[in-house]
Design a protein around this ligand. Sequence first.
Ligand SMILES: Nc1ncnc2c1ncn2[C@@H]1O[C@H](COP(=O)(O)OP(=O)(O)OP(=O)(O)O)[C@@H](O)[C@H]1O
Ligand SMILES: [Mg+2]
Length: 342
Amino acid sequence: MEFSLQAEKLSKRFDTQTLAVEDISLKVKPGEFLTLLGPSGGGKTTTLRLLAGFEKPSSGRIQIGSRIVADDAHFTPPEKRRIGMVFQDYALFPHVNARENIGFGLGRNTKERSKQIERMLALVGMAPYAERMPHELSGGQQQRVALARALAPNPDILLLDEPFSNLDTGLRAQVRTDVRRILRETETTAIFVTHDQEEALSLSDEIAVIFEGKLLQLATPHAIYNRPVSMRVAKFVGDANFMPAEAHGMTAQCRLGEVKLFHPKTGKVQLLIRPEALAVRFDEIGTPATVLWREFFGHYQRLGLALADGAELMARAGVDRYFRRGDKVWVSMALPALAYDV
Ligand SMILES: Nc1ncnc2c1ncn2[C@@H]1O[C@H](COP(=O)(O)OP(=O)(O)OP(=O)(O)O)[C@@H](O)[C@H]1O
Ligand SMILES: [Mg+2]
């Protein structure tokens, strides 16, 4: 399989104290959408800047298609990498209109240049606003211009650093869907940075979870959520309950009785129990519990439960029945649990 972008053991040390990126290896296939997900200060922006060529790696290798663009011997500057970057703050040129912003990377004034600008304006739905200056555009519109500007030179790879963070929820969902569609239509390979786990899960072909400069897991959204490699990843991606248990093969004994496991284990473990893996009922099936709190989201409810010994669990329930604080309920496992050695 040929990879569009490959980083091998990439590290960046800013000073003796700060190893911002440590031995990160990534592969992105042509046309795929990879998300870098992780907490603030984890090294996501630094990784993008290394890939784009705005920073020189302290060690490691970056390959784009068949070209090595950075290693001990080579360093290709950003303008020669055929990479487009959309910065978090859009960074539009304030003194030229949307059309000229989009045309920035397209070289001389030719027929092909204006054709490409029109194509990009249409692609992001900004043709009616082509003559507007950046300050005359809304945040979402500026975002689209920034995206069109990055896509106009037909980059092999598009890097997006938290591009939706300044948009309100409704617009964010709209622009997000548009961007994903545009990337599919143009078959652009993209690497996207976010610390919003829902955004990462819903948009990506693969997710790279980065903590403290290190890559903890690179996998599909499904695998990151359902088979996190560590309790740390599990906690960061989605809501998680952990419960001590004694495993014996494909089952484990815990406060909820005998529960099924995804993988065989023996001895002391911590179980990862996602809220939706718990069934909460009024009929006496499972372990008795009391509802401590409830959050209602319209299409589901989130419940805080206390077991008889005081242990607390978070559960998720549908809206076919309603729960209230103080309700006596019964809780059981509806799905197998993932077990981690302790
Ligand atoms: N130019 C720099 N000089 C020194 N240290 C830097 C520099 N740029 C980043 N760092 C440090 O490197 C680490 C990683 O920063 P980075 O910006 O890559 O994090 P991030 O994952 O993008 O965080 P956020 O989610 O807050 O944007 C941080 O500790 C940061 O302070
Ligand atoms: Mg950042």
